[in-house]
Design a binder for this molecule. Sequence first.
Ligand SMILES: Cc1cc2nc3c(=O)[nH]c(=O)nc-3n(C[C@H](O)[C@H](O)[C@H](O)COP(=O)(O)OP(=O)(O)OC[C@H]3O[C@@H](n4cnc5c(N)ncnc54)[C@H](O)[C@@H]3O)c2cc1C
Length: 474
Amino acid sequence: MSLLNRLSEIVGPDHVSDGPAERYVYSFDMTENEPCRPAAVVMPVTVAEIQRILRLANAERVPVVPFITGQNVGGLTIPQVEGAIVIDLKRMNRILDVDEEAMYAVIEPGVTFGHMKRYLDLHHPGLRYTYPLAPPFTSVMANALLQGLCDLSTRHGAMANFINGIEAVLPTGEVVRAGSCIMGDDNWFGRFPLPDLIGLFSGWQGMTGIVTKMAVQLWPKPLHVRYAALFTVGEHDTTALLKRLVRTQVLDDADCMSISLVKMLLGVPPPVEVFPDEPQYATLLTVSGNTQREVDAKFEVVEAIVDEAHMSEPRVNLIPWDAVSVLMGKQADSWVDFPSDAFKILTQYDGLTWVGTYIHPARWGEALEGGRRIVEKHGFELMAFLKPMNGMHYGEFKFIVRFPKDPDVVDRVRKCNSELLDFALDLKAIPYKTPVWAAQRLLSKCHPGFVELLRRVKKALDPNGIMNPRRYSL
Ligand SMILES: Cc1cc2nc3c(=O)[nH]c(=O)nc-3n(C[C@H](O)[C@H](O)[C@H](O)COP(=O)(O)OP(=O)(O)OC[C@H]3O[C@@H](n4cnc5c(N)ncnc54)[C@H](O)[C@@H]3O)c2cc1C
C-alpha cells in the first residue's frame, strides 16, 4: 500500500493530500529562504493519530516537518529535504483546561493567540495571557517552543519561561511528559523541582518530537494600566536611558523601535518619511497596578528619570498614550489592546524577514547603530526593534525587512541579512528562530561542546533522523 493510502487510513481521506496545490502552499513562507515542496500534507486531530503517523514515518525513514501556521519568519517549516511529509496540527485547537488558582491554561498545538484572548476574556476575565506582534491566527504553543517574545517579556522573559509542562510524541511513537503534569491531568502547575526536560523540545524547531499538549502561565489582568510613548535620540543615549528605566522594575513591558517603524505601526502609509530633527527612536512603555495610586507612583519613577534626560536633550519626551490616540486614532488603541493587530502593517508585501537575536545589554547601543548602518547601506526602510527582556537581564534586537518578492530584491535581502547576522555574531548575540544558513554560521562560531551535545540529544531522541532533518545541520 502507498504511503499516502496508509496516512489516509490513519486520518481519513479528507485530511491527507499530495495534490499540487497543497504541496505548493506548504513549500514556502514569507521569508527569502528557498522553497521546497513536501511529498504530502497530513492533518491529524488526536495524539493517537500522531503516534501512528510517526511510527509509520520512522519505520519507512520518511522525514516529517511539524507545522501549525508557518508564520515563524525563519523558513522553519520549509522542508530541507525532498520527500518530506508536513504534519499540520491546526485541527488540534482545543483549550483543554484553565486553572484559575494556579493560573495556567493547557492547550493543544492549534490554539492561536486570537482563540486564547477571546476565550480568556469570555470565561476568565480576571486572567490574561501575553501577546506578540504576530498575527492573531498564529500558534501560542509554537511561539513558546520557539522561545519568542510577547508583551510581558520585559518583565518575564522569553516565552519558553511561560511553559509549565508538556506532553509530546517522540519520533519513535511513545508519549512522554515533562513538568508537574507527570502526576496527573489536573496538575500542570510548574516545571520544578525536576530535571528540566522541557529543554528537550523548546528551541528545537520540531527536531525532537511533536508536542501535543502544553501548559502556559497566565497572569492576573491588572486593574489599572497606563501606556506612554518615550521619544529619544541616538542609539547609545536611547539604550542607556532604557536600561535605567527597566532596572527600576516598574515596567511591564518596553518596546523600543526606530521612529519609522512606529509611524508605520500607527498607520502612516509607505514610503514613511523621517525628518532630520525628529527623535530617532520611540519606546512604548507599559505600567500596571492594582490601584490608580500604585500606577501613578510607578509612573513618577519613570518620569523622574526621563525628566533628567530631557534636561540635556530636549527632544527626549514622554507622551501619554491618550495624546497619541487622539493624534493617531483607533490604530493606536488597538496596538496596546491586542498587539497582534500590528501584523497587518508588517505583512503589507508578500515578503517579510528579519535577523533577530538575544543580546547582552552592554552591546545594545552598538547593535542598534551598526544594524542601522547595514540596513541603510542596502537601501531598506529602517525597522529596528529592541526589547529589554526578563527584568533587564538581556535584550532582543532585530532588524525587520518587508519586501516585494522580486528576484533582485530577494537577492538584496539575502545580502543584508547575511551582513546583519555576521555583525550580530561578532557582538556575541544569539540568533533566534534561525533559518538553516544562520544556524550553520552560529554553530561554526560557538563552543564545540554545545554542538556535540545537540548531536547526542538529537540522536538519542530521533535515532533515524526523521524529525525536520537538516535544521541546525542535524
Ligand atoms: C508579522 C509577524 C509578527 C511577528 N511577531 C512576533 C513577535 O512579536 N514575537 C514572536 O515571538 N514571534 C513573532 N512572530 C513569529 C511567529 O508568528 C510566532 O512565534 C508564532 O506564534 C509561530 O506560530 P506558527 O503557527 O507560525 O508556528 P510554525 O511556523 O507553524 O512552527 C514553528 C516551528 O515550531 C515547530 N513546531 C510547530 N508545532 C510543533 C509541535 N507541536 N511540536 C514540535 N514542534 C513544533 C515547527 O516545525 C517550526 O519549526 C511574528 C510573525 C509575523 C508574521
